[in-house]
Design a protein around this ligand. Structure first.
Ligand code: G3I
Length: 315
């Protein structure tokens, strides 16, 4: 095996990357995206504001570019995301509460139906929790309470019974209040017979915050519920400038995430939140931070890339 995905596939997992439409005309970027990774996630082009900018007016053009890329390169696609409080068009937030459920169901039905057969797994609900494990306030929770989550999963299952349906969040990689909340929610949904296949752990890590506490054990408790686990948005940022200590810590974090996934049978794969520093979301969101990805800004593999290869059993 010579690529990250081939190494992962030899162990029954996938290795994937996020991407975004403006990046795809970059030929060198697209060549590595299409060869090194077996799964891709559109970073923006399946979000509500892109897909349904006005009520009932659907535009799948950008997402279709990503699913076409995947088809041409033999990759699976993670759909991201059907219901999220962010990148939500203003018309949703402006709806009277009594109309939110119907709008949400219509959105899910239209999008999951359109991508039937092209999207293998959906982040049906993204980031439902606050850091303390309480439910985040959104137009959906305001209108329906936390029941919006079960309603969303049922609508997605009806539209695409074959897709794997996930709840996805950040800072749930380790044991803690937020992952406890996700665990309690997942347990309840399973008890109620709600269609839920997995939990996505985003894993936007930072060298200066330390590695998540007991990631492997945390993955295992979700697996023990009968759920799949996926690492969906892995990156490891640091305060710039880089130095040898931070670079070594970054490599170690990437390696530990891959090792955790390999150690848990129900962990289906790892997706990095884009593979190169050239197209990272980090610098614009956390000024002064960056260098979070496996490849540098010139698309050259970094030590973290070698760490991942080694963890996957490569040479
Ligand atoms: O599309 C507009 C464009 O028209 C405008 O000219 C430009 C000027 O700023 O902005 C463009 O929108 C940007 C969009 O990405 C598309 O590039 C937004 O400003 C920018 O905020 C948005 O950032 C995305 C972010 O989600 C929004 O929350 C990142 O690319 C994307 O990587 C990031 O992904 C999220 C996951 O969905 C959920 N988990 C966390 C992760 C990182 O934040």
């Amino acid at each position: 095996p010579s690529t990250l995905h081939e190494l992962a596939a030899a162990q029954g997992k996938y290795f994937g990357s996020a991407t975004d439409n403006p990046e795809l005309p970059d030929a060198a970027y697209a060549a590595t995206l299409g060869s090194e990774f077996g799964q891709i996630t559109p970073g923006n082009s399946m979000k509500w504001d892109t897909v349904e900018p006005a009520q009932g007016r659907f535009d799948f053009t950008k997402g279709d570019v990503v699913t076409d890329f995947a088809r041409r390169h033999g990759q699976t696609v993670r759909g991201h995301t059907l219901v999220w409080h962010s990148q939500l068009p203003g018309w949703v937030s402006a709806l009277p509460s009594a109309q939110v459920q119907a709008a949400m169901k219509n959105h899910i039905t239209a999008e999951a139906t359109h991508y039937r057969g092209a999207v293998a797994a959906w982040d049906v609900v993204n980031e439902p929790f606050n850091e303390d494990g309480t439910f985040r306030t959104s137009p959906f929770s305001t209108a329906m309470g936390s029941d919006y989550i079960a309603t969303a999963l049922r609508a997605a299952h009806a539209a695409d019974p074959a897709a794997k349906l996930y709840l996805n969040d950040y800072n749930i990689e380790g044991l803690g209040a937020k992952s406890d909340a996700m665990y309690a929610l997942a347990s309840k949904l399973i008890d109620e017979g709600v269609p839920l296949d997995g939990v996505g752990m985003q894993a936007h890590l930072a060298v200066q915050y330390g590695f998540p506490y007991a990631m492997r054990e945390n993955m295992r408790r979700f697996a023990d519920l009968g759920l799949d686990v996926a690492v969906t948005e892995l990156d490891v940022r640091m305060q710039l400038p880089t130095d040898a200590t931070k670079t070594a810590a970054q490599s170690s974090y990437y390696r530990q995430v891959v090792e955790a996934c390999l150690a848990v049978a129900r962990c289906v794969g790892v997706t990095v939140w884009d593979y190169t520093d050239k197209y990272s979301w980090v610098p614009s969101t956390f000024p002064g931070e960056g260098a979070a990805n496996l490849y540098d800004g010139n698309l050259a593999p970094k030590p973290a890339y070698d760490a991942v290869r080694t963890a996957l059993g490569g040479k």
